[in-house]
Ligand binder design. Structure first.
Ligand SMILES: CCCCC/C=C/C(=O)SCCNC(=O)CCNC(=O)[C@H](O)C(C)(C)COP(=O)(O)OP(=O)(O)OC[C@H]1O[C@@H](n2cnc3c(N)ncnc32)[C@H](O)[C@@H]1OP(=O)(O)O
Ligand SMILES: Cc1cc2nc3c(=O)[nH]c(=O)nc-3n(C[C@H](O)[C@H](O)[C@H](O)COP(=O)(O)OP(=O)(O)OC[C@H]3O[C@@H](n4cnc5c(N)ncnc54)[C@H](O)[C@@H]3O)c2cc1C
Length: 645
């Protein structure tokens, strides 16, 4: 099953080898539980391990293999980030996609060797979503052939970029490019920030950490201001866009080609989110098979809480989602890599499809992941609330994905733009022009679903129902938009009046895509034992998801209430059927205890002794009497006693 999850036996077994190798190297392990460390201690510890990784990486992984490096980082550095997180996640991808060969020679090779540490500085105090209104300006000075970076007011300060605050000495900075008074919109520049030897900020740079966050606190998200800071013309990233010495602007082949680093993260984060969801579910499912509380049959001993239907309903649909997300994530990465290669040859035709797909997936997956992790925490009762479970940290890190790389409700609108265009084609009788992702919009719906009309309906019947729902909502939302426009609203005003409905269409389209990705993968599985278990999980998934969106199909009679009852019964049937495989389904992700960092989620299930040991190790238990008691509580009690006398 691990080979299914990790798209092949090769990587699945490499993961095992890497974990086994690391098990024998105690210097790579956390020196104490992360929840007992201050933020400064965590950053120090993470930097220590990062240095070890840099030194010994070649002995453990193939450093050119992104997935092996990802696994090494998960085991050793964990989810709370590290001082070079953005270096790998955005700085290198930005240089790879946007720097010319000559620039790559100069900077990418150094970045890959870790001679320099970089980040991606785009968001500002005043603007994150609306990139066209960024306020950092890069004005071209023809005489010196330099760009002058400047922060004209406080809202123009770069704010949020990861590892900008304290770790990075370079950044790919996004600024509005002004040449001879003309605004050429957001462009990307390679900018030195700190002295390579002393690490002191360079003259003209104001820089620092933005302070603690909900989670992800090993990362020093930062602020950055420029005071008429000069960089050479050749620091504009020039793979696709160019500015000649005389200030002539050479347009890229696609207006949004500079957004590639964002698309990179959006493509890869689907898998990252699936893994974080699977972490939380591994912890909660294992713990639920250890925790005994209450009885189902009063003549029998107390049961494992995993026997309760409510507990299964809380956890199993999310287990199915984690599988669905990792399958969809693998497809997204493949498409991203293909688009990256095609762009190299000047073919930008798939950029819009990739942008639409990743915008929708990023939004739906992060939202459902956060929901699933929070349910996993609650499934652990009181112990889920303790940092010993580590679920609160996983939640805090994962939920950041709802905001970064484009706020979810904004990104759903990006997909909606694509869907509206497609709906326009359908309306104009040009369905043959629809791309493969939206071809279903042009198909004619059956009048009713055939679910429950055959003894075991195939997945095609479910897919048709999801298609019906997504098609209906897309056409309806587009109609609403067009209707407002026909009544005289501008497109922008009409758009704003229709966005709740448009975003619903985007979610439904994306959920359909996720179901289809799951079906595609299960169809490919050759091993009959695996196929059976994955088919059960997929059946759980389609019934759960359909129930969740059934209102759309009930309102036009596509589904009847008796079909809804059938779907519910199917759901309950598959909850029970999956129960014996539940622990195996989470164990199949093969997370080591080191990687999970959870007392509740231990593979050996030895929870209570270890919870007690963990609590005893808490810094508060180093002494029996805390200074706060000596200083305040004792005098308080003493004076209360004295006044009674
Ligand atoms: C692992 C942990 C690491 C976490 C690190 C986190 C890092 C970050 O968060 S970095 C900062 C990320 N910031 C964002 O994601 C900002 C979100 N905003 C945007 O991406 C954009 O502003 C926008 C997409 C919301 C709108 O862009 P704008 O330039 O204003 O767009 P227009 O209205 O001018 O045009 C829309 C037009 O462009 C198409 N389009 C937009 N992006 C892309 C793209 N990447 N690829 C292809 N096409 C793109 C879009 O589809 C529209 O097309 P039409 O409908 O044909 O007009
Ligand atoms: C953990 C984390 C890491 C980050 N790392 C980086 C980084 O490395 N580099 C970097 O540059 N940035 C980074 N960011 C910034 C991040 O990309 C932005 O915060 C994000 O894109 C959202 O933008 P915003 O903060 O401007 O939100 P806003 O746009 O201000 O959102 C506020 C609200 O307004 C709504 N809204 C905004 N515009 C519209 C619209 N057009 N239509 C409808 N509703 C709208 C949103 O839906 C939301 O409800 C990071 C952020 C976080 C949380």
């Amino acid at each position: 099953m691990a080979a299914q999850i990790y798209s092949g036996e090769k990587y699945a077994s490499r993961r095992r080898e890497i974990s086994a190798n690391l098990a024998k190297r105690p210097e790579f392990h956390d020196s104490k539980p992360l929840p007992f460390m201050t933020r400064e201690e965590k950053i120090l510890e993470s930097s220590r391990k990062l240095t070890l990784i840099s030194k010994h990486m070649n002995e453990i992984i193939d450093p050119s293999d992104k997935r092996e490096l990802y696994h090494l980082n998960c085991e050793v550095l964990g989810i709370e980030g590290n001082p070079m997180a953005l270096h790998g996640d955005m700085f290198i991808p930005a240089l790879t996609a946007q720097a010319s060969d000559e620039q790559q020679e100069k900077w990418l090779s150094r970045a890959l060797r870790r001679e320099i540490i970089g980040t991606y500085a785009q968001t500002e105090l005043g603007h994150g979503t609306n990139l066209r209104k960024l306020e950092t300006i890069a004005t071209y000075d023809v005489d010196t052939q330099e760009f002058v970076l400047h922060t004209p007011q406080i809202t123009a300060l770069k704010w949020w970029p990861g590892n900008l605050g304290k770790s990075s000495n370079y950044a790919v900075v996004v600024a509005l490019m002004i040449i001879k008074g003309k605004n050429y919109g957001p462009q990307t520049f390679m900018v030195p920030l700190r002295d390579e030897k002393t690490h002191q900020p360079l003259k003209g740079i104001t820089i620092g950490d933005i302070g603690p966050k909900l989670a992800y606190n090993i990362v020093d998200n930062g602020f950055l201001g420029f005071d008429h800071y000069r960089i050479p013309r050749t620091n504009l990233l020039m793979r696709h866009t160019r500015v000649e010495p005389d200030g002539t602007f050479v347009k890229p082949p696609h207006a949004k080609i500079n957004y590639s680093a964002m698309v990179h993260v959006r493509s890869y984060m689907i898998t990252g989110q699936a893994i974080m969801l699977a972490y939380a579910l591994t912890i909660a499912t294992r713990y639920s098979s250890v925790r005994r509380q209450g009885q189902i049959d009063t003549t029998q001993p107390e049961v494992k809480v995993l026997e309760y239907q409510t507990q299964q309903h809380r956890l199993f649909p999310s287990i199915a989602r984690a599988y669905a997300f990792v399958f969809a994530g693998a497809e997204t990465v493949r498409l991203y890599e293909r688009v990256l290669q095609e762009v190299e040859t000047g073919n930008v035709s798939l950029m819009a499809d990739l942008h639409a797909l990743t915008s929708g997936l990023k939004s739906v997956v992060t939202h459902q992941t956060a929901q699933g992790i929070e349910q996993a925490r609650m499934a652990c009762g009181g112990h889920g609330y303790s940092q010993a479970s580590y679920i609160s940290e996983i939640f805090g890190v994962a939920v950041g994905g709802c905001t970064y790389e484009g706020e979810n409700l904004v990104m759903l609108q990006q997909l909606a733009r694509y869907l509206v265009k497609s709906a326009g084609l359908v309306q104009a009788g040009q369905s043959s022009k629809l791309g493969p992702l939206v071809a279903y919009l042009g198909a004619k719906s059956d009048s009713t679903s055939l679910i429950d009309r055959t003894p075991t309906p195939g997945f095609a019947e479910y897919v048709k129902t999801f298609q019906h729902i997504a098609r209906k909502q897309t056409l309806k939302a587009a109609q609403k938009l067009f209707g407002f426009m026909e009544k005289g609203d501008t497109r922008e005003v009409a758009w704003n009046k229709s966005t709740v409905e448009l975003n619903r269409a985007s979610r439904l389209h994306t959920r359909l895509y996720i179901v289809e990705a799951f079906v595609r993968r299960v169809e490919e599985v050759a091993d009959p034992r695996l196929k059976e278990v994955l088919t059960d999980l997929l059946r759980l998934h389609v019934n759960y998801e359909l129930l969740d969106v059934a209102a759309y199909a009930l309102e036009d009679g596509f589904l009847s209430s008796s079909q809804l009852d059938y779907i519910r019964e199917q759901l309950y049937f598959y909850l029970a059927k999956i129960r014996p495989n539940a622990v195996s389904l989470v164990d199949s992700w093969e997370f080591s205890d080191r990687e999970l960092r959870s007392v509740l989620g231990r593979r050996d299930g030895n929870v209570y002794e270890n919870l007690f040991a963990w609590a005893k190790a808490s810094p508060l238990n180093k002494t029996d009497v805390l200074p706060s008691v000596d200083k305040y509580l004792k005098p308080l009690m003493e004076s209360a006693r004295a006044s009674k006398l």
